[in-house]
Design a protein around this ligand. Structure first.
Ligand SMILES: [Cu+2]
Length: 133
């Protein structure tokens, strides 16, 4: 007979479990949401760097080319790039890159990247090595 008396408690236990998994928790960001929707505290946050890069007003172009020199002291790569249709004919030019890209860069690598003009510099971002020398 004891089991019968425990049964009414089960829905409460289940509700507590679901709350722990992220139902609308009543916190500040949840209070305007319909009851039963997931708690904002458990939502994935979007990838911030990519979103920022897309909204910073800088025009970027896809680039493919070969690293012809690495200038560690200038944080720059010399790259012989293919034509960028409607923007630039094939040429060799100097691009600023971040420290991690600089460290991984080797003469002769074929890369893809996003190129842009930032201040006085040409810059490569999202550099991916697609073929080693
Ligand atoms: Cu160019």
């Amino acid at each position: 007979m004891k089991t019968i008396r425990l049964l009414p408690l089960l829905p409460l236990a289940a509700a507590a479990l679901f709350a722990a998994e992220g139902k609308n928790c009543g916190c500040d960001c949840c209070k305007d949401r319909p009851k039963g929707t997931a708690c904002c505290c458990f939502e994935d946050t979007p990838a911030a760097p990519a979103a920022a890069a897309a909204n910073d007003g800088i025009k970027r172009h896809d680039l493919r080319g070969v690293v012809t020199n690495v200038y560690a002291d200038r944080s720059a790569l010399l790259v012989r790039h293919e034509e960028i249709p409607g923007f630039m004919k094939p040429m060799t030019m100097l691009f600023k890159v971040d420290a991690a890209t600089l460290q991984a860069a080797r003469k002769g690598q074929t890369i893809t990247a996003r190129m842009s003009r930032q201040g006085n510099d040409w810059v490569l971002e999202d550099v991916k090595v697609v073929a080693q020398p």
